[in-house]
Design a protein around this ligand. Sequence first.
Ligand SMILES: Nc1ncnc2c1ncn2[C@@H]1O[C@H](COP(=O)(O)OP(=O)(O)OP(=O)(O)O)[C@@H](O)[C@H]1O
Length: 321
Amino acid sequence: MIRLQNVSKQYSNGKAVDDISFFIKEGETLVLLGTSGCGKTTTLRMINRLTEPTQGDITINGQNIKTQSPELLRRGIGYVLQHHGLFPHYTVAENISIVPNLLKWTKEKTTSRVNELLEKLELPLKVANLYPAQLSGGQQQRVGLARALAANAPVLLMDEPLGALDPVTRASIRKEFNTLDELKRKTILMVTHDVQEAFELGDRICLMNEGKIVQIGTATELLFKPSNDFVSTFFKEQRFQLELESIQLKDIWQLLPKTIEGTDEKVLSPETTLWEAIDTISQATGLGAERFVTTVNNQNKQVETGSLMAAYTAYKNSFTA
Ligand SMILES: Nc1ncnc2c1ncn2[C@@H]1O[C@H](COP(=O)(O)OP(=O)(O)OP(=O)(O)O)[C@@H](O)[C@H]1O
């Protein structure tokens, strides 16, 4: 869907982006992560032509973006910024309606889309007639997202979309992002410097340093198959938690004790992460003798904290063996 081929951006003070290439497939979320000043925002801005590359090609659905006018290109690309970027003198509804109005949607269609998005993003309908300054930071970010989603653009660029929020609001909006079906259908490139956020929201992560891509891959690839010391050091502080959050029960299925007959009252889906499984089990401890089971291809395995941790260690070791 989105392809960057040998893209560079040179400023007079040096190279902000240095010969990067990647492909984001349709419906995928790729997260750009890295040290401050490593070129994440510049990379993002080259995709909607807010910044022009010095070298290289960018295509969306096979079409070189240079062949389209920046205005037309941007109508097909939603853009969410850290500080929401809402127009202060437009009401919430007017802000969300900007692209639908450019596309000359009827008034009824636009109003119904605005209301639909307010509802999906858990904003009260009455905020439609308020101005951005009358909303909380979390609500402003939600409106920023609603505006980017308004015209059903297939591509979404997000630059630190939750960066200005407190950690609690941030974590709760992040959870909503993961369940919002409008986002599931989109091809998304997101910039963050928050490792936790990158792991929660990205299908794959592109780790950058000094304008270059150091490694691009899934969370487990980056954690268990780091391409060099920079990658392992980058995740050092939160490694244990990240590992437990990125391994799903289905990944360690073969490493769990033998298959058992019959199901039980608590079945954990194969997509449950180790982190969630341990959390669920420990919360239930003392509430009775519940047996936790995971099921793959109609076969059940019993899971408890001890066997999960043993499987985790074996899984981890399998990468160094
Ligand atoms: N318009 C510009 N003129 C000159 N240099 C620029 C310009 N925009 C960005 N740079 C430089 O390019 C480099 C990459 O900047 P960029 O904003 O892409 O980094 P980033 O990874 O998004 O950083 P951060 O996480 O701190 O926002 C930096 O050294 C920055 O100073």
